[in-house]
Ligand binder design. Structure first.
Ligand code: SF4
Length: 401
């Protein structure tokens, strides 16, 4: 067992598993159904080799969050998942209270696997329910039913998981305000510790995008979506789930420490295809091509393959823009004193005038030098941020589902 010291810096670790049972109609994540099971073993070996290559660089850090996401990590053979977890624990000095999350889709987990994951140190599950209506799940081409979810959730509680997130969606074709409220009522009765509620976006390259003309008549209009979002914020609050970020709600003590690292501009290292990192003042990401990723990590070709797609040292001006954009996603907002400490700049002088308009119209608040978006402001945050920052392309820092 490795020991960490209090002097070691904290770090988030992310591992991307790009495999799923099938492709959902709205999904633009880097994931695909597995054609050849051998590729899973090879990919997990590549992930392990890759993290081993970072062992020295990360020795000054004690990671306090780990997130295995995808894709559907729980659709790969459990032994491969256990092998990955053991390697993570061996290669990094994880803190004693590390938050260790795995995304686990309903109908892809068994009780023995959940028990084993918990014993190996996984202490948080993130389950993608999306909707409590089987008809909406079908529209999204999800593989599970509400019954599958209920069974998986019960098994997770039985396996002693006391920190479970449930992912939900609004803006689904055919979804109404009432059906969303019914989903929320169902989920709050199941009583997870954390709920994420994402706005369905029709992304290029997805079946929904290709068939846009067919689904467009059934998509909730913008006013309905605004009602859905604001209604959900109110309802979840009344059930004890406090909003702390645009799409995230938690019971006391259950905010997602890993995702908070992204929004707080803290350091994190991502491994696997398309994984992003912010480490040692640099941002970089790895190739989306699984073949190239594995070959690059394995070093099996004579010509060394580069697996890094983007790599840049983040300049001060860009760091400020990122900070504003990410912090305004949080209900905690931007404290102008903290802003001055970080950047030596006066937030009020730089952005006060722009914010004033939004404060006047109820989209923002400013209390005691802290600027924050209201729920109404959060619904149109992309517009407000682009106006405040006058940016061209910050889309890649958008972490909403
Ligand atoms: S939405 Fe999730 S389960 Fe569906 S294809 Fe994408 S990653 Fe896989």
């Amino acid at each position: 067992m490795q020991l960490y010291s209090n002097d070691q810096k904290r770090l988030g670790l992310y591992f991307h598993i790009p495999f799923c049972l099938s492709k959902c109609a709205y999904c633009d994540f880097n994931s695909a159904p597995v054609q050849n099971p051998e590729i899973i073993t090879r990919y997990i070996s590549a992930l392990i080799a890759h993290m081993e290559s970072y062992r020295a660089a990360a020795s000054a850090y004690a990671p306090d969050t780990v997130f295995i996401g995808g894709g559907t990590p729980t659709c790969i053979p459990p032994e491969e998942l256990f092998r990955l977890i053991r390697a993570i624990k061996k290669n990094f000095n994880l803190t004693k209270n590390v938050e260790f999350t795995i995304e686990a889709n309903p109908a892809t987990v068994s009780y023995p696997t959940l028990l084993r994951l918990h014993r190996l140190g996984v202490n948080r599950l993130s389950m993608g329910l999306q909707s409590a209506h089987d008809i909406e799940l079908k529209t999204l081409s999800r593989r599970h039913s509400r019954k599958d979810f209920a069974r998986s959730f019960r098994m997770a509680r039985d396996a002693k998981f006391d920190n479970i997130n449930v992912d939900l969606m609004f803006g689904i074709p055919h979804q109404t305000y009432q059906s969303l409220m019914h989903t929320l009522s169902y989920v709050t009765q199941v009583s997870p510790d954390h709920i994420s509620l994402y706005d369905l976006k029709i992304e290029p390259g997805t079946p929904f995008h290709r068939n846009y003309n067919e689904i467009a008549p059934y998509l909730p209009d913008e006013d309905t979506e605004a009602d859905m979002y604001l209604g959900a914020v109110d309802y979840l609050r009344s059930c004890g789930y406090m909003q702390y970020e645009i799409s995230n709600f938690a019971r006391r003590g259950h905010m997602c420490a890993h995702n908070l690292k992204y929004w707080n501009c803290d350091e994190y290292l991502g491994f696997g295809v398309s994984a992003h990192s912010y480490f040692n003042s640099s941002r970089f990401s790895f190739t989306a091509d699984i073949g190239r990723y594995m070959q690059g990590v394995e070093g099996i070709l004579e010509n060394r393959i580069t697996i890094t797609d983007e790599n840049e040292v983040v300049e001060e001006r860009e760091r400020i823009g990122e900070y504003i954009m990410l912090r305004l996603r949080l209900c905690a907002g931007i404290d102008s004193r903290e802003f001055a400490r970080r950047f030596g700049l006066d937030f009020d002088t730089l952005y006060g005038d722009k914010c004033a308009r939004y404060i006047q119209n109820g989209y923002m608040t400013c209390r005691g030098g802290v600027y924050a978006l209201t729920p109404t402001g959060m619904f149109v945050s992309n517009y407000i941020l682009s106006d405040i920052l006058e940016f061209e392309d910050f889309g890649r820092y958008y972490f909403g589902g």
